[in-house]
Design a protein around this ligand. Structure first.
Ligand code: SF4
Ligand code: SF4
Length: 376
């Protein structure tokens, strides 16, 4: 049997088989594109939430036949999968739950609305205001009604609590593995951690394999098997989300002799807070997701607080801010992030604006090497 590291690096095949079998047994399938979308609620409706964000360069040219080339590669790659019928999960989905985060995504939903039923969550962007919270709570309530209608079955509080337990376990397992990056000498590399994010949530085999992975890391600790040289500069990566296939910047940092100890991103630790087990479960689900410090919010002070907390916990020597080309919100916010990291945290900061192509690898390598030099 393959080890848990290999399992997650190649898990897409197992996920497709699992979802096909579950669909035949009557379970639902819901595609999602953002960490604001509450997976707990979808699970409670008897469906599997599946992240459909694109991480392949190959699907970008087909997307550019309808989208401007100067758009975020994550959006182009995601749409390209749909246009080329390249995503079996999209084909199997009963519903797409999308959201109004950045302008690019928001407008792309209009291009696919004749292909699948869709539900748009309207995100409130002034998260500090009471009205914003009230609006978001209503939006989550509307999604609950939509799912109840779709599957012709009410979602009980008991089902919500059960789904919260499942998702809290998934988040805790992921978090526990990611927290090995905080060790004085990490036993897992940023690249291995980057390959951990999977598409289908609530899949029991993933949970079993995550627990196995934590055991494998304990074993590495016992045997003194480390992921980097003793004095390797510890890098915190922030900014846009990455996944298998788009880990170029993490690869370069580690090829240059550094180690990525944590990702403060939606593909890292940012969305892994638990949902509270107290009070009304739907409100608790809405509350957890409302707190995600995404650059689509204004002001997004929660990101600076999280950067500060993670830089301390993971003992970061430097911060690399990954901005996908034409991601205006993260691009503009990087000025504040850079000022904060240099002035308040007192460590070097580098913004890397790039896309999914390998063409700028050497140029990025030179800049990362200079950054790592600054930490010595
Ligand atoms: S960065 Fe923002 S838009 Fe992207 S997945 Fe995270 S919350 Fe959603
Ligand atoms: S990386 Fe930026 S532009 Fe791309 S989908 Fe996420 S928020 Fe939108």
């Amino acid at each position: 049997m393959i080890n848990p590291f290999e399992y997650f690096a190649t898990s897409v095949g197992a996920e497709i088989d699992f979802v096909r079998a579950e669909k035949r047994r009557g379970r639902g399938v819901v595609g999602i594109y953002c960490e604001f979308t509450p997976r707990d609620l979808i699970l409670a409706a008897g469906a599997y939430p599946i992240c459909l964000c694109g991480s392949s360069r190959k699907t970008i040219p087909p997307a550019e036949t309808v989208l401007p080339a100067n758009l975020c590669p994550l959006i182009k790659s995601s749409l390209g999968y749909i246009l080329t019928n390249g995503c079996p999960f999209f084909s199997m989905a009963d519903l797409i739950v999308a959201e109004t985060t950045c302008d690019g995504k928001k407008k792309v939903w209009e291009l696919i609305r004749d292909r699948k039923p869709q539900h748009i969550l309207e995100l409130t962007q002034k998260v500090q205001e009471t009205e914003a919270w009230e609006h978001w709570l209503k939006e989550v309530g509307k999604l609950k009604v939509r799912l109840e209608e779709l599957y012709d079955s009410p979602i009980s509080d008991g089902a919500l609590r059960e789904a919260i337990t499942t998702m809290n376990r998934e988040r805790a397992l992921l978090r526990a593995v990611m927290e090995y990056g905080a060790e004085a000498r990490p036993v897992i590399s940023g690249l291995e951690l980057g390959r951990l994010r999977f598409r289908v949530s609530g899949m029991p085999e993933h949970h079993r394999r995550l627990a196995e992975l934590a055991e494998a890391l304990e074993e590495r600790k016992r045997k003194g098997v480390f992921a980097a040289a003793e004095n390797a500069p510890r890098v915190l990566v922030t900014g846009c989300p990455m996944s298998e296939g788009t880990l170029k910047v993490v690869e370069i940092i580690e090829e240059a002799g550094g180690i990525v100890v944590v990702q403060e991103t939606c593909s890292g630790i940012k969305p892994l807070d638990p949902v509270s087990g107290e009070g009304d479960p739907l409100t608790a689900i809405a509350e957890k997701h409302f707190r995600i410090p995404c650059s689509c919010m204004t002001p997004n002070t929660g990101r600076l607080e999280l950067l500060s907390k993670l830089a301390g916990q993971f003992k970061a020597h430097a911060v690399v801010d990954l901005v996908w080309q034409a991601c205006h919100t993260y691009n503009v916010e990087s000025f504040q992030a850079g000022e904060f990291v240099r002035r308040e945290l007192g460590i070097p900061y580098l913004k890397v604006e790039t896309d999914y192509s390998p063409g700028d690898r050497e140029q990025i390598m030179v800049r990362i090497q200079t950054l790592l030099e600054m930490t010595r």
